[in-house]
Write a protein that binds this ligand. Structure first.
Ligand SMILES: [Mn+2]
Length: 496
């Protein structure tokens, strides 16, 4: 066998001698190790052994085929003093560190992206399980799926079986809620038992994770000794002049454009896609960042470049995003493995779902629009609709999507003014604005200050977000939002 050759390239009747690291150990029965030389992995079998995951050993043995699998039959195993960590660290460096498009924004974020890609590659190489949690919308699914696809690709290239090593799931709440964190902990325990490994999974949170709402969940993970990474583009709300956010102290890496003085206009799906390309230099699926950017309304030159790469138009791609949102709604907590992938492969499936979604919107809007109330306050077209009363519950599209459409209609009705639309449910306001006339966070801060007993909470982008509160105070809070608008002294101009 030649040097610098991955162990997964060994073939029947080779004789192996060399230093390896144990990345998995399976019992009972004979001990089956998965060992790697940093370039590729292979099974190595012995009757019994006290060596464990993480140990570096010197091996000698015949390579044989057993039930269709190539294995080293260990004849000699002993402790090795080789510095494997240095070799693995070297190997973890991405082979590709260029982007699929030209972007000054990306260049600014590159060091963090390369660092995250290296860390994920290092986890794969040492057999550390990886758990991906992502927002349950189109951009969030694309974030999680692009990382997942690249990781699977890289694992297979290395001869590593992704089973028990990779897990992805959507979050129900628009943040990494403690319930999801605890569920992940239970699942991670199962990983470790299957694996006989004492390596705790690496947790990756995408399109969520940057705000104070995420802090409790991420603090739990840190306290229990887990490594977590956040890749997000939502406004972190709490961020100091050095770009340090409220969650940074719980993380090993945190990519968020705001940390580098940028904004939410680069979607998490686009960030994750570029990191995915660095994890595996053979991974490419440019439909993903194009759809993610369109779904999250990121009107940037980056999105335009991605669209161009696909050779499709915005409408065609937008329909894939719509279909992802629909499936996410129907599948709830389910990762939908194998089904979401179809949306990037079978466009008839996309069209079929879009037809259903169109009918659903028509229905919901027919119910809601007659009850939309608009008024001009201080140069702003302010509209309110009671989504609880005037839409069908548990029916797609849900209140957030319906409110977006209602807002579009409200904005069209009075195009000369900036529009702010609020959709109210029992204990939540969904907010949409055509311009950043009154950022959602400002509303939250002011309501919190004046009505502490309403327990106002929430978050979002500058022009879209959600505000939760104790239901009894709903009407008072709506009136207060109107007062906030009335008392604003600034006049707003229409953006060109
Ligand atoms: Mn997003």
């Amino acid at each position: 066998m030649q040097e610098n050759k991955g162990l997964n390239k060994l073939t029947n009747r080779d004789f192996f001698k060399g230093d390896v690291k144990i990345i998995r150990k399976a019992k009972p029965g004979p001990v089956v190790f998965i060992v790697t030389n940093g370039l590729g992995a292979i099974e190595a079998v012995i009757k019994d052994s006290d060596f464990n995951v993480g140990d570096v050993v010197y091996l000698e043995g015949q390579v044989n085929e057993h039930k269709g699998r190539t294995q080293i039959e260990i004849q000699k195993i002993q402790k090795s003093i080789m510095d494997f960590d240095t070799i693995m660290l070297q190997k973890a460096k991405p082979l590709r560190t260029t982007f699929s498009i030209n972007s000054d924004r990306y260049e600014k974020m590159k060091p963090v992206m390369v660092s995250i890609a290296s860390r994920i590659r290092a986890s794969i190489l040492k057999g550390q399980p990886i758990m991906i949690r992502h927002h349950n919308d189109s951009d969030g699914f694309i974030s999680g799926m692009s990382l997942e696809m690249a990781i699977v690709h890289f694992m297979k290239d290395q001869g590593i079986d992704p089973k028990f090593l990779l897990f992805r799931s959507p979050s129900k709440a628009p943040y990494y809620a403690s319930g999801d964190v605890l569920r992940d902990l239970v699942l991670s325990k199962r990983f470790v038992e299957e694996d006989n490994s004492d390596l705790k999974p690496l947790i990756i949170v995408c399109d969520n994770g940057s705000t104070p709402e995420d802090a409790f969940g991420l603090a739990i993970l840190k306290t229990l000794g887990y490594e977590s990474i956040v890749i997000d583009h939502h406004n972190p709300v709490e961020i100091d002049e050095n770009g340090v956010t409220s969650v940074d102290k719980y993380l090993v890496d945190h990519l968020n454009p705001y940390k580098l003085g940028l904004d939410s206009k680069t979607s998490a799906g686009q960030l994750c896609y570029e990191i995915a390309r660095m994890i595996c230099e053979n991974f490419e699926l440019n439909l993903m960042p194009a759809v993610a950017g369109i779904s999250d309304r990121c009107d940037t030159s980056e999105t335009a470049q991605y669209i161009e790469l696909t050779g499709k138009d915005k409408e065609y791609l937008g329909k894939i995003g719509t279909a992802i949102d629909y499936m996410s709604y129907q599948l709830k907590h389910d990762a939908g493995k194998g089904v979401f992938e179809q949306l990037f492969e079978n466009y008839d499936f996309v069209l079929l779902i879009n037809d259903e979604v169109r009918k659903g919107f028509e229905n919901q809007l027919q119910c809601a629009l007659p009850y939309l109330r608009s008024q001009e306050i201080n140069g702003i077209n302010f509209s309110v609709i009671d989504l609880e009363k005037y839409t069908m519950r548990f029916t797609y599209p849900g209140p957030g999507a319906v409110l977006s459409r209602v807002h579009e209609v409200a904005a069209k009705q009075n195009e000369s003014l900036p529009s702010l639309t609020i959709g109210a449910t029992e204990d939540m306001f969904i907010v949409r604005a055509s311009q950043p006339v009154l950022p959602v966070q400002d509303i939250i801060d002011q309501l919190q200050a004046k009505y502490p007993y309403a327990n106002v909470d929430g978050g979002g982008h500058e022009m879209a977000g959600a505000i939760r509160f104790v239901g009894a105070h709903k009407d008072v809070l709506i009136e207060e939002i109107k007062n906030i608008l009335k008392s604003k002294t600034a006049t707003f101009s229409i953006a060109e």
